[in-house]
Design a protein. Structure first.
Length: 286
């Protein structure tokens, strides 16, 4: 079927105008005001640390009397074997057995990580009297540790016999070194002169603080078994016979290289080649 010429012209005319896009209007720009920045949360200031730098916080229950059970190497004072569950000396105790025999006492305090001067890699100070140790702690805003504080920091929440566990370990702490006979005539001098210093160095087998990283308590306190004897304040025995008390034993301290034993037979003026100390402090209020 043929369409007349005028029909084709009409179709082409409308096809041309229908398929050619008309000119689009310019887009309308709408300005959106910038949103105000949401303020970020301001962190609350951290509470001050409970203890000064170089000290650790100890918070726990102290038991005045603890019963352990020796299972290996028990000895009496004379060195003879002993079957007593609580002998003078013991190589290994029954793991997990630490029976509290008296009412627990809550304790909260700070204690130096290392023996005075509380510096890793430095030899601990020795040949100081109890009075001198007390004064040195107070000079830096601290105090000499009470003996029960020292014990808790050593034995930890489990009330371990040794700061590191239930068995004596010569590879963990500076203990069981051979004894060297001291020249007490020189050590008795009132002035710490060159001869006294030379005698101290001849006798000394102490290590620098932190030299034995395995000698650490559950609270993170170092060198509490052996190395040097440590002066404390005698609170357990009510300051009798003296206000002074030794804890921890030194490098050849034998049975005293544990957390519980004490030595209270030396008065506050005593100085000796293996006697040192560490300081404690009351925690800051948060």
């Amino acid at each position: 079927m043929k369409f007349p010429r005028w029909v084709w012209l009409a179709i082409n005319f409308w096809a041309f105008w229908g398929c050619t896009p008309s000119e689009e209007p310019a887009p309308t720009v709408i300005e959106v005001p910038e949103a105000s920045p949401v303020p970020s949360a301001v962190p609350s200031p951290s509470p001050p640390a409970a203890c000064p730098p170089g000290m650790v916080e100890v918070k726990g229950e102290y038991c005045p009397t603890v019963m352990h059970q020796c299972i290996e190497g028990g000895k009496n004072h004379d060195g003879k074997p002993s079957s007593d569950p609580m002998p003078y000396y013991c190589e290994a105790y029954r793991p997990g057995y630490a029976k509290c025999m008296k009412k627990e006492v809550p304790k909260h305090f700070c204690i130096d990580i290392y023996e005075y001067p509380n510096e890793k890699g430095v030899l601990p100070e020795v040949f100081v009297s109890w009075y001198e140790a007390k004064a040195l702690c107070e000079k830096i805003g601290k105090r000499l540790c009470d003996d029960d504080e020292w014990t808790l920091a050593c034995e930890g929440p489990e009330r371990l016999p040794y700061p590191y566990g239930w068995r004596r370990d010569r590879g963990r702490c500076n203990i069981d070194k051979p004894w060297r006979k001291p020249n007490d005539g020189i050590l008795a001098r009132k002035t710490r002169d060159g001869k006294v210093e030379a005698e101290i160095e001849r006798l000394s087998q102490r290590h620098v603080s932190g030299a034995m990283p395995g000698c650490v308590s559950a609270y993170g306190v170092m060198d509490m078994g052996g190395n040097v004897d440590e002066w404390t304040v005698n609170v357990t025995l009510g300051g009798k016979p003296y206000r002074s008390m030794f804890k921890g034993g030194h490098w050849c301290g034998g049975a005293r290289n544990r957390c519980r034993p004490t030595t209270e037979s030396h008065d506050e003026t005593t100085r000796y080649y293996a006697e040192g100390f560490r300081c404690c402090a009351s925690p800051r209020a948060n």
